[in-house]
Design a protein around this ligand. Structure first.
Ligand SMILES: O=C(O)CCC(=O)C(=O)O
Length: 427
């Protein structure tokens, strides 16, 4: 942080108090950049609320201390970047290591390269355990497969950083247990094609756009324009609030999905096939059942910022479900009802929960935006009726900003019971 002019030019240079404060702040920022456990909170404070100027905000503090906010911010980022950089761009040969959560990862991560266009896409299709294993090996070498319509898998010019299985729904029940494979970290993403017919997906969109279910619209985050029909557990303030809403949403969802095979049990039935016939159950609380799914709406400009599901576990609404599941993994799934005109892809990063866990305070949300792009990622855009299943518990992911018409998806989360005998699915 040499040569930084932290004190505003307008402030008297000779003021020793200001000079001291600037020196202390400089030192504190340096320490934080070096891996202080509060680092992600500081990042959030100085950056996410960059336009806020109320008491306690970063701008307010700079103003009070006559500090040049832009200089402090940009010097901090330079410092933070120079610390993250060696890890992300190291030329050292990569070595497979076992993370504490059992996911095989590279250490250090692959060097970051710009995403290529979709002609460098990669598609992996195989169903047996050996197939998945060989797909993993192939994924280290294969290049240049033509992309399938409705799906973009962008990879860097290097081996894809995540293991992907791309299969048709009709082939599901003949394969190995894909949920167990994801839990074990041998598989990270599964694309299930044609899980629902595009015509049925379209008719659901027409219904919700005509106003069906509007009474149960939840504003998940107005700042990001995220809305759902039905209250998701990850949005609820308490189990009580969640269960009351689930009761109200259930008949509404059944009506909206009236001609879908298995109706609101759609995911449970589909995922039981993906889990090689293991039972997929809905969690039940003594006060009522959980939501079987939610319908997600991202209008023009809407996006879902980077997050991972593992960080939800400390929220009060999870107190009950935590006692039912093996919390080492939470799998995210959604089915595209209608992609938007532009954007709306899910970007799954190799940034792993274990990379940041120690710096996240219980109950807090992570803020990884400033450095997530240093980690290799893969980008997916499932088409209408296609479903994606991925280890969203451990791998950070985001949904890119939507352009044009609204993006509609159905979705929820799944986790194994502690005995691994069966699987829970909820939304
Ligand atoms: O697009 C969706 O429906 C949600 C994607 C997501 O962020 C998740 O499943 O965690």
């Amino acid at each position: 942080m040499q040569g930084v002019r932290l004190v505003n030019a307008a402030a008297p240079r000779s003021d020793p108090v200001r000079a001291l404060i600037a020196a202390i702040l400089q030192r504190a920022l340096e320490d934080l950049a070096l891996g202080d456990p509060h680092r992600s909170r500081v990042l959030a404070w100085i950056d996410a609320d960059g336009n806020e100027s109320g008491p306690g905000s970063f701008l307010w503090c700079c103003e009070a201390l006559a500090l040049n906010a832009d200089a402090v911010r940009s010097q901090y980022w330079q410092r933070a970047r120079s610390i993250d950089q060696p890890r992300a761009t190291a030329a050292a040969p990569t070595q497979a290591v076992q993370s504490p959560l059992g996911v095989e990862r590279r250490d250090p991560p692959e060097p970051i390269r710009p995403n290529l266009d979709s002609s460098d896409s990669l598609t992996i299709s195989s169903l047996t355990s050996e197939g998945i294993a060989s797909a993993r090996q192939r994924s280290q070498r294969t290049r240049g497969h033509a992309p399938k319509e409705g799906l973009v898998i962008q990879t860097a010019a290097t081996p894809p950083p995540l293991t992907v299985l791309d299969i048709d729904a009709s082939a599901l029940s003949t394969g190995p247990d894909l949920i167990a494979e994801i839990y074990a970290g041998r598989l990270n993403v599964v694309l299930i094609r044609n899980a629902l017919s595009p015509e049925l997906a379209q008719s659901i969109v027409e219904r919700v756009e005509a106003g069906e279910g509007a009474a149960r619209l939840t504003h998940v985050a107005d700042k990001f324009q995220i809305f759902t029909l039905g209250l998701a557990l990850d949005t609820a303030e308490s189990v009580d609030q969640y269960l009351q809403e689930a009761k109200l949403f259930q008949p509404v969802a059944e009506h909206i999905l009236r001609d879908v095979p298995d109706g609101t049990w759609f995911f449970h039935k589909l995922l039981a096939r993906a889990a090689a016939g293991r039972r997929v159950a809905l969690p039940e609380h003594p006060d009522g059942p959980y939501n079987r799914l939610t319908i997600r709406r991202l209008p023009h400009g809407g996006r879902i910022p980077p997050h991972c599901e593992q960080e939800q576990l400390n929220r009060p609404a999870y107190d009950h479900i935590k006692s039912l599941i093996d919390t080492s993994c939470i799998i995210s799934t959604y089915l595209t009802l209608r992609p938007p005109d532009r954007g709306g892809e899910v970007v799954i990063s190799t940034l792993h929960w274990s990379d940041v866990q120690a710096s996240v305070q219980p109950g807090e949300r992570t803020f990884v935006d400033p450095f997530i792009d240093k980690y290799p990622s893969m980008t997916f855009l499932p088409g209408p009726g296609d479903c994606i299943l991925f280890d969203g518990g451990r791998f950070f992911h985001r949904v890119n900003a939507v352009g044009g018409r609204t993006r509609w998806t159905l979705g929820g989360f799944l986790a194994e019971s502690p005995s691994h005998e069966f699987v829970y699915f909820w939304a």
